[in-house]
Design a protein around this ligand. Structure first.
Ligand code: HEC
Ligand code: HEC
Ligand code: HEC
Ligand code: HEC
Ligand code: HEC
Length: 553
């Protein structure tokens, strides 16, 4: 029996050497190192269906609203996560990791992962029946014919050419299944637009399209289901319905009160009035109302900070100004929720404090990519400002004290209704399970959620929620975990306190990349994961504060 492993190793070695050197896993996934500059794409490219963002900037930058505020469209867009979706070092590292963990599915992964992050390249390559490949000589190689389309990210002519088809806003239209026309019509929110300038300059015809202002337009990329495999790499999900719901903000929104009051665009594209939307031709004088700013901020301060600090090595033009996007990210996060603290007094030696988190967000909080987490940092002080009790302290490396997953990534912190000790932390998150009921961070192994206690939007009835967006784990039975809010009771035993509790401080904090998710990725030690790890370690934006509140007892 002892010979078996040795025999297997020899066999593997023989097979490995027999293949020659060009196909080793290292070669398949290597691309750039930290500090090696990446070629900035030609943003004035034209392809069969698309046109680079600089071709639009010529007329749609240099515009202002009635207050004289600059509302230039390309400048705003270029500093968003969508404009940088293929430069994103976390995305690159994760794609490499997914390929490494399931190499036999390389083609599926290359297609899937470029569909929304490099949509123009994916669409052109598919239309021309060319290979869809991200690394090596693929899309991210500056000699690849689709390099410019790739690096221009989710760009103007992608969104504005999405067609109003029956599938839009349905399962068949989710997961990047947008349909792009060949008629060169660019849809917008206004009627009666001057069409000649664009026809002459960029050969697109601007036209009113009601769907551009509707949430279902965003849903084509923002509702995402993924196939999943078992430990042997065999695909288990056989229908689109049975795939894993990786990101479902559209369905979450649909099941909330916001479905009838505010669209994705209403919250993610702030409004301006009195804008002449093109700086050319000079005779154009129609001032437009309800102008939608292309700021598209969410919660991702971490990656905006990383893009800002590593422009050269990520291929971001030095002129891109992330400062506005970063401050707007802080603003939208601060608007996401409120905290209410109630002192229910001391009974015998136990102090009873209730903390209620109310959400103002149009979907779950946090939503979308499963590396996100929000958590409650609760501190009880005495009269001299000494800490008597603390739950949910975050550290400089991004870990949370007391969070089970942060010491063992195969475990997770349960949802709490009552917290009685300092090593219990309320973490709002989605924890993925593979088909063997183990915690996983591999997207293609994720079969279900063992915990999903992300704070529900107002109007979300957990009893009637479809399975793709259902609450999972202990929060299902927590009676005060309801649409719009959650209440946690901190029941603190004061028997051993040597001073008097005087003040409570509570903060709701947010992380784009949870510590265990990061540790799992860093353990890969590929060029992409190591390069990203360096950038992550250097960032001061690992943890954001959504809101905080204090109460004197
Ligand atoms: C249907 C569209 C779609 C597809 C397909 C898709 N993604 Fe994404 N991805 C998104 C969106 C939208 C976000 C941003 C969500 C958010 O901010 O929470 C995102 C975010 C991410 C992030 C986090 C980036 C960050 O800066 O925090 C990673 C990593 C990622 N995707 C990896 C992948 C991988 C790997 C694949 C292929 C298996 C893939 N994506 C396929 C739409 C998609
Ligand atoms: C993620 C998708 C998306 C991208 C990328 C995008 N737009 Fe838009 N754009 C929209 C939506 C949605 C609206 C209308 C919003 C509404 O009606 O609520 C809009 C509106 C507009 C308008 C009408 C004026 C206004 O802002 O309301 C113009 C002009 C425009 N976009 C040009 C551009 C240009 C130029 C780029 C690239 C620099 C771009 N868009 C990138 C989605 C996008
Ligand atoms: C030569 C200048 C020029 C260029 C270049 C240009 N546009 Fe326009 N665009 C205009 C004008 C003019 C209008 C109409 C303004 C009006 O009537 O208020 C317009 C309108 C639009 C609208 C709004 C349509 C509506 O119904 O609301 C969109 C969207 C748009 N352009 C996108 C783009 C995109 C994408 C590009 C790059 C491929 C681009 N434009 C390039 C001048 C230009
Ligand atoms: C009522 C306002 C509101 C509406 C409506 C809304 N959102 Fe959001 N959204 C927010 C707030 C606040 C945040 C920041 C907190 C968070 O990350 O959940 C956010 C964050 C996000 C993020 C970033 C998550 C991350 O990981 O950083 C994405 C993606 C997103 N929203 C997509 C959508 C889509 C798609 C829709 C429409 C189906 C939508 N939102 C509707 C308020 C809204
Ligand atoms: C072609 C696919 C596509 C479409 C269409 C699309 N998105 Fe995105 N969106 C993405 C991808 C990919 C990301 C993630 C980029 C990353 O993090 O690397 C993203 C990220 C975002 C974020 C997160 C930003 C942050 O800083 O956290 C917001 C907000 C957002 N999109 C809003 C919208 C809205 C609103 C619409 C509809 C008007 C829309 N998106 C349409 C693909 C798309």
């Amino acid at each position: 029996m002892h010979l078996k492993p040795l025999f297997l190793t020899t066999l593997v070695l023989v097979l490995f050497l027999g293949c020659g050197n060009s196909d080793t896993p290292q070669d398949q996934t290597s691309s750039q190192d930290l500090n090696i500059p990446i070629t900035i794409e030609n943003r004035a490219f034209t392809s069969t269906h698309f046109s680079g963002s600089d071709n639009c900037a010529a007329c749609h930058n240099g515009i202002t609203d009635t207050h004289g505020e600059d509302v230039s469209i390309e400048s705003a867009w270029s500093a968003t996560m969508m404009a940088n979706s293929a430069k994103d070092p976390l995305w690159k590292a994760k794609v490499v990791s997914e390929i490494k963990r399931n190499p036999h599915l390389e083609d599926v992964i290359n297609d899937k992962c470029s569909k929304c992050h490099a949509p123009m390249a994916n669409h052109e390559a598919r239309s021309a029946q060319e290979e869809i490949k991200i690394f090596d000589d693929g899309f991210l190689n500056s000699t690849n014919p689709h390099y410019d389309e790739t690096m221009n990210g989710v760009s103007c002519t992608l969104c504005h050419q999405v067609k109003e088809v029956a599938e839009l806003g349905t399962l068949a239209g989710f997961s990047g299944n947008y349909s792009i026309g060949s008629d060169r019509i660019v849809y917008g929110q206004y009627n009666n637009v001057a069409t000649q300038p664009m026809i002459g300059q960029v050969n697109y015809t601007p036209q009113f399209g009601a769907h551009i202002s509707q949430s279902k337009m965003c849903a084509t990329c923002h509702n995402l289901k993924t196939p999943y495999v078992n430990a042997d790499g065999i695909v288990l999900s056989d229908t689109p319905e049975s795939e894993f719901p990786e990101q479902m903000p559209y369905s979450e929104w649909e099941h909330s009160e916001f479905a009838t009051t505010q669209s994705c665009q209403d919250c993610h594209m702030q409004r301006a009035e009195g804008v002449i939307i093109s700086n050319r031709p000079t005779w154009l004088n129609t001032q437009r109302g309800n102008f939608a700013k292309h700021t598209f901020v969410g919660g991702n301060a971490l990656m905006l900070d990383i893009l800002n600090n590593n422009k050269t090595s990520l291929g971001v033009p030095s002129t891109t100004d992330f400062s506005k996007t970063l401050s707007k990210t802080t603003e939208i996060l601060e608007s996401a929720a409120d905290i209410h603290i109630a002192n229910n007094g001391m009974i015998e030696n136990t102090l009873y404090i209730d903390v209620t988190i109310s959400s103002n967000t149009g979907h779950k909080l946090p939503t979308s990519f499963p590396s996100r987490r929000a958590f409650v940092h609760f501190i009880l002080y005495d009269t001299n400002g000494n800490i008597l009790f603390e739950s949910g302290k975050s550290n400089n490396d991004g870990s949370i004290s007391g969070a089970d997953a942060d010491t063992n990534i195969h475990s997770y912190e349960p949802h709490y209704n009552i917290i009685t000790s300092q090593d219990q932390v309320q973490i709002y998150e989605a924890v993925m399970h593979n088909s063997d009921n183990q915690v996983t961070y591999t997207l293609l192994r994720a079969a279900s959620y063992v915990k999903d206690n992300r704070i529900l939007p107002r109007g979300f009835d957990k009893a009637t929620a479809p399975s793709d967006i259902a609450v999972q784990g202990e929060a299902r039975n927590d009676v005060n975990f309801v649409g719009g809010s959650d209440t946690i009771s901190y029941n603190i035993d004061t028997t051993n306190f040597t001073s008097t509790p005087a003040r409570v401080e509570v903060a709701l904090r947010y992380q784009t990349l949870s510590y265990p998710f990061a540790q799992d990725l860093f353990s890969e030690e590929t060029n992409e994961s190591m390069s990203f790890e360096g950038m992550y370690d250097a960032s001061q934006m690992k943890t954001s504060t959504i809101t905080s509140q204090a109460l004197e007892l």
